[in-house]
Design a protein around this ligand. Structure first.
Ligand code: SF4
Length: 248
């Protein structure tokens, strides 16, 4: 994919959603840290349901420590891996109190040293709490980057590095949210909604899926310049090239 296409992709994302952000609910960097740690293998919705109960009672490292591991586990037991998440969060809170004045550090190495915090979580905190142009590659971003041709890669780190290199500078801070939201709601894993996709004409994916009327139209013999064809050219994303070639 060339630079002009990448620029146009992010121009469209920005026009459609000028202020993208996480769907996790938080009001401080510490709350964000807790929510992101809890979100491993859980949905944002599930995490929000748990933190709506937890944060009014405990939203500082000291208050979470006062709950203790079992007390914290009671608030988050609806989430997968809740026991290990409670254990990690208690240990992380201890480190925050002892080493960082109870503040979430604005530093990758210090963040990644916290129990339960890996590279992806550190990237989310640096980006969302501190406005750094980091790229937290999750399953959605990995899929979208590969399918579209934006940043193809075999590993999460390869995709992260390519995105950091290729996403136009002015869009880097928000890119990770646009890509997550696009993967979550449009470019879904099992059946991407290519017919609703605002970047369909820029996407390199060869196996796009279309709603049946559009797919039928793409299979029908075309008369050059027919009124129906002219109308569909202006309203719909381009026909999937691969299928059109097979029919020819
Ligand atoms: S056209 Fe389809 S495959 Fe490409 S980004 Fe859009 S939804 Fe995903």
């Amino acid at each position: 994919m060339n630079a002009a296409k990448r620029l146009e992709i992010f121009r469209r994302f920005a026009a459609a959603n000028p202020h993208p952000t996480t769907e996790l609910e938080y009001s401080t960097p510490f709350e964000l840290l807790v929510a992101v740690v809890l979100s491993a293998q859980s949905t944002d919705r599930g995490v929000n349901l748990a933190t709506r109960r937890l944060f009014p009672v405990a939203n500082t490292p000291e208050a979470i420590l006062a709950l203790g591991e079992d007390g914290l586990a009671d608030f988050i037991r609806t989430l997968g891996l809740y026991k290990s998440k409670a254990k990690h969060l208690i240990a992380a809170c201890k480190m925050l109190v002892e080493l960082h004045g109870s503040q979430v550090p604005h530093d990758r190495t210090a963040l990644e040293a916290l129990p339960g915090v890996g590279r992806k979580t550190a990237n989310v905190i640096l980006n969302t709490a501190f406005g750094e142009p980091t790229m937290a590659v999750d399953t959605h971003i990995f899929r979208v980057a590969n399918r579209t041709g934006l940043a193809p890669g075999k590993t999460v780190l390869e995709v992260e590095k390519k995105l950091l290199k290729h996403v136009p500078k002015e869009y880097r801070v928000d890119a990770h949210h646009w890509l997550i939201l696009h993967g979550r709601y449009v470019c879904q894993a099992r059946k991407p909604k290519c017919g609703e996709c605002i970047i369909a004409d820029l996407c390199d994916y060869q196996d796009k899926t279309w709603p049946e009327p559009m797919a039928r139209a793409s299979r029908a013999p075309q008369k050059a310049g027919a009124p129906e064809e002219r109308a569909s050219r202006s309203a719909a994303p381009p026909r999937p090239r691969k299928r059109a070639q097979k029919q020819a």
